[in-house]
Design a protein around this ligand. Sequence first.
Ligand SMILES: [Zn+2]
Length: 151
Amino acid sequence: MRLQIFEYQCEPSGHTFRVPELPVDAYGEFLLRSETGAEMVYVNAIADPTYKEVDVLLQRHPSLTGVPANRRADILRRIYGTVACDPDSEGRPFHIGRHPQCPVCSSPNMKSWQEVQPVEFVDLDIPASTHLLWAALTEDQKADRVNGALS
Ligand SMILES: [Zn+2]
């Protein structure tokens, strides 16, 4: 898939490094990183039914009654990787919007990130997220998993 090169600067020491991200005009697509940032998976939230499924569970959730749709969408992005995506090879969850780690000091905290200018693209094979664990759950177990992620 076509990714765009971004330049990051880490917060602790100002190290700069370049990483591929979804192009700025990508819509309804997410790149998920694991906690170490070493692994990435891809989700097309429009085509992948699990994204809608978690959203429906949030809509029905008693603690989110009356919460505006944009706030619920934020919550969905925050919990989706943990709730519905199979973990990385070390059993750690993937997260939407997680920054890569600094390759020098391993910090996950970034001061800034922006597309490099002039724009640069790279073609990389990123595996689609799998949902084997999620698919094996009953409806009640899915609701429990969402509860757990919200608390
Ligand atoms: Zn650093």
